[in-house]
Ligand binder design. Structure first.
Ligand SMILES: N[C@@H](CCC(=O)N[C@@H](CS)C(=O)NCC(=O)O)C(=O)O
Length: 206
């Protein structure tokens, strides 16, 4: 059984997408990041960077004490290793998938996070910051589109944790001032991922 410390945000959805995809049972522990629950000592013991998502695996592969993991990329990698699913075993395909997973957690996610902040939540309008992050978002969507023109999924022919990490952020393109007509391969891929039963299940209450 996996305990998932979660809020319904793009980073949170990454983990429910994975768990629904592999059919692994999990218990959601909601963390209200708007009221500061992420700073409570019991949550910081699991997630010292005070951010969701985080998990605790009560049945780790080595049979030892429960394992806790924070950072969505590390969680996806941990769960892919645990289940043997959604990360290729072939050296070349696995490397491709991991490359795009790291692209998402190091670039696409943080830049779109700043885009959301300055476009939607900032208490003042900062034109320089809005322009900077919208332009960087457009660059990243172009990179994504170029890759998806070549392969069905981000890391090749198979759906993987790279797609799972990227989908919840790309799904919010409207909030990011992104016109999907400029990125037709992304639009097609978003549709394909949206139709997966696991995606429907992960977003059923959203
Ligand atoms: N690099 C982290 C980012 C996680 C993150 O930004 N989580 C946000 C919600 S999407 C959060 O918990 N924010 C609360 C806070 O910053 O205090 C990951 O990929 O897990």
């Amino acid at each position: 059984m996996i305990d998932l410390y979660y809020a319904p945000t793009p980073n949170g959805y990454k983990i429910t997408l994975f768990l629904e995809e592999v059919g692994m049972p999990y218990t959601i522990h909601p963390i209200n990041i708007n009221t500061g629950e992420q700073f409570k000592p019991e949550f910081l013991a699991i997630s010292p960077n005070n951010k969701i998502p985080a998990i605790v695996d009560h049945q780790p592969a080595d049979g030892g004490e429960p394992v806790s993991v924070f950072e969505s990329g590390a969680i996806l990698l941990y769960l892919a290793n645990k289940t043997g699913q959604l990360l290729s075993k072939s050296l070349r395909e696995r490397t491709e998938q991991l490359q795009w997973l790291f692209w998402q957690v190091a670039g696409f996610g943080p830049m779109l996070g700043q885009n959301h902040h300055f476009n939607r939540y900032a208490p003042e309008v900062v034109p320089y910051a809005i322009n900077r992050y919208v332009e960087e978002s457009k660059r990243l969507y172009k990179v994504l589109n170029t890759q998806l023109e070549k392969t069905a999924y981000l890391g090749g022919d198979e759906y993987s944790i790279a797609d799972i990490a990227t989908y919840p952020w790309a799904k919010c393109y409207e909030h990011q001032k992104i016109d999907l007509q400029d990125y037709p391969a992304v639009a097609k891929w978003l549709d394909k991922v949206r139709q997966r039963p696991a995606t429907q299940a992960a977003y059923k209450d959203a």
